[in-house]
Design a protein around this ligand. Structure first.
Ligand code: GTP
Length: 333
């Protein structure tokens, strides 16, 4: 079963009059019940509905689909360059969705996926031999955390953990600019504002007229094909991500749990991921225990240890430029 559907099915039937999404949205907040005026007491005698009314004028865009299958998007290779970072020497490889400049996409930046990989461990197979079991983190943009160092979520920590893992063991971080689980930055800030009033991250999205998770992964098959990667070990705790990638034909042979320590600002957020979005592996960290060997697989990436070498991947040198990925230049540092 699609875990998204499962979590949405259990959502309260409150609805907002807001439709920040397009009319074709099939999000699940379709009840006409509107008697939640006293749902959360807000400062100044306002209600959540009052806040939502204010937002109605300004919310725009964001992906809206909750359909089971993401449309496949064809990407073209654009460039590959060195990326020295505080976390080691990487390379950064840019793609663009073919034709995206002429489409009426609401979020054009989401049309430019990025792959980063350790400069000395390029995760490339060949035409004749695909690279299998490649550790891959599919990471979605979180500007608030990754740029402004917000503590409201665990995004920057997961990005750092996955970069360290890739630096050490090879593989790739595929970075998709679908901010706010695909609803866009300003809408995420609106969702945060509702969370300031007590809603959780799921209800905030839904009250604004968005799905709890609108992310799509249709660019990934083409990118993995370009890398000549045949199968992946996905760094995630999120069953929805596994389901969506698998539905796209991506072979996920294994998952690698990836866990950051909670802080006092993101504990509820992590609990919501666990309880309402079916994210796994959070049990021990939310109960303030150290993760024991018995609780997590030995290859888990945690705040405690990022030194596991449990990977079957055998990095190869990148293939010569092909028609779909011309112009590689692999300089050394
Ligand atoms: N709408 C919304 N998006 C959020 C919120 N907090 C973080 N995000 C976005 O959530 C995305 C990260 O998704 P998560 O659900 O935290 O984690 P995940 O990547 O699905 O799961 P893992 O692979 O296990 O890390 C990023 O795009 C963030 O911008 C929030 O409160 N509301």
């Amino acid at each position: 079963a699609d875990p998204v559907s499962a979590s949405q099915a259990s959502l309260p039937s409150r609805t907002s009059t807001i439709t920040g999404s397009s009319s074709s949205s099939n999000h699940t907040s379709n009840s006409s019940s509107n008697n939640n005026k006293s749902f959360i007491p807000l400062p100044g005698g306002r209600t959540v509905d009052d806040v939502l009314q204010e937002k109605q004028q300004v919310l725009r865009g964001g992906a809206t689909t909750t359909s089971m299958h993401d449309p496949l998007l064809r990407t073209e290779y654009i460039a590959d360059t060195k990326l020295p970072t505080d976390r080691g020497n990487f390379r950064m490889r840019a793609y663009r969705v073919v034709g995206s400049h002429s489409h009426a996409y609401r979020n054009t930046e989401a049309m430019e996926p990025i792959v980063i990989y350790a400069a000395d461990k390029p995760p490339f197979g060949t035409d004749n031999q695909l690279l299998e079991n490649v550790p891959v983190r599919v990471h979605d943009q979180c500007l608030t955390s990754e740029v402004f160092q917000s503590q409201r979520c665990d995004c920057k920590e997961q990005l750092a953990l996955s970069m360290d893992y890739v630096q050490r063991h090879g593989g790739a971080v595929i970075y998709l600019q679908q901010e706010g689980r695909g609803i866009g930055l300003a809408n995420k800030v609106a969702a945060y504002e509702l969370q300031d009033y007590g809603l959780d991250t799921v209800d905030a999205n839904v009250q604004l007229g968005f799905p709890d998770d609108a992310r799509q992964y249709g660019v990934l098959p083409g990118i993995l094909r370009d890398l000549h990667v045949g199968s992946i070990r996905l760094m995630t705790n999120n069953p929805r991500k596994i389901q969506r990638l698998t539905a796209l034909g991506i072979v996920v042979v294994d998952t690698i749990p990836i866990l950051a320590l909670p802080n006092r600002h993101n504990r509820k957020y992590l609990q919501t991921k666990q309880e309402r979005m079916a994210h796994t592996n959070f049990g021990h960290i939310l109960s303030n225990q150290q993760p024991g060997e018995e609780e997590l697989p030995s290859h888990a990436i945690t705040y405690r240890s990022n030194t596991n070498t449990n990977t079957e991947m055998t990095p190869r040198r990148p293939p010569p430029p092909s028609s779909s990925s011309s112009g590689h230049h692999f300089g050394s540092y």
